[in-house]
Design a protein around this ligand. Structure first.
Ligand SMILES: Nc1ncnc2c1ncn2[C@@H]1O[C@H](COP(=O)(O)OP(=O)(O)OP(=O)(O)O)[C@@H](O)[C@H]1O
Ligand SMILES: [Mg+2]
Length: 220
């Protein structure tokens, strides 16, 4: 589903990720870990083409990112749900509107849009917060809204960047069980985190990044 072959990305002359080979199969739930600055966010950005590599090949779903035309990039992004490290919720819009926006952009009709948003809010346990504004939600609730927004259009792939960053252990566990559930329903998931508690004893693939290189790949 996601394949990197000898991928390198530079910012100026500085290599940020170097010579990355990785492969995430359809249906996997895998982790990328490593210290701050290791290149985790950059690696995710390469997948949804917010950054382009200087070297190597990347394929995502049916797309060869070297060959994809500019006007096709939105179609690639329709296959990918993204939970950003800083959420990127719109604070002047309600929870409902935040999630609905992703559907509107895709031209989903109002009736199905409402149904889809209500369903995903129920899935993450926040149907009662539909009319609230993000600033009135706790960090864990905001994180769940960010996940709901990424998942409402049922993407093939979910990328989650430090999805439990500011959460306590119990909230982090709730978020993880949501990911497991979406994964069980068929979404391929890649989670970037420096928090090893998330993947310890999961039996899932863990890719260790250090200074932009893959240090090792193990099972958590
Ligand atoms: N647009 C950019 N221009 C220049 N340097 C950048 C840019 N984006 C990231 N970097 C640098 O690339 C390196 C990797 O950054 P990245 O955000 O990918 O790390 P990370 O592993 O996600 O870290 P964290 O755990 O803190 O989120 C850092 O040294 C960062 O300063
Ligand atoms: Mg990061």
């Amino acid at each position: 589903m996601i394949r990197f072959t000898k991928v390198s990305k530079y910012f100026g002359k500085e290599p940020v990720v170097t010579d990355i080979d990785l492969h995430i199969d359809k249906g996997e739930l895998a982790y990328i870990t490593g210290p701050s600055g290791a290149g985790k966010t950059t690696l995710l950005k390469l997948i949804y083409m917010a950054e382009r590599p200087e070297k190597g090949e990347i394929s995502v779903s049916k797309w060869d990112l070297r060959k994809i035309r500019q006007r096709r990039i939105p179609y690639l992004r329709r296959d990918i749900g993204i939970v950003f490290q800083d959420f990127k919720l719109l604070f002047n819009k309600t929870v409902f509107e935040n999630i609905a926006l992703a559907q509107k952009i895709r031209g989903v009709k109002p009736d199905s849009l409402r149904e889809n948003v209500d369903r995903i809010l129920t899935d993450v346990g926040l149907a009662h917060k539909s009319g609230s504004f993000p600033e009135h939600l706790s960090g864990g609730e905001q994180q769940k809204i960010a996940i709901a927004r990424a998942m409402v259009s049922k993407p093939l792939i979910l990328l989650a960047d430090e999805p439990t960053g500011n959460l306590d252990h119990a909230s982090a566990k709730t978020i993880l069980s949501l990911f497991k559930e979406f994964n069980a329903r068929g979404t391929t998931i890649l989670i970037a985190t420096h928090n090893s508690a998330l993947f310890t004893d999961t039996g899932r693939k863990v890719i260790y990044l250090k200074d932009g290189k893959i240090e090792k790949e193990t099972t958590g």
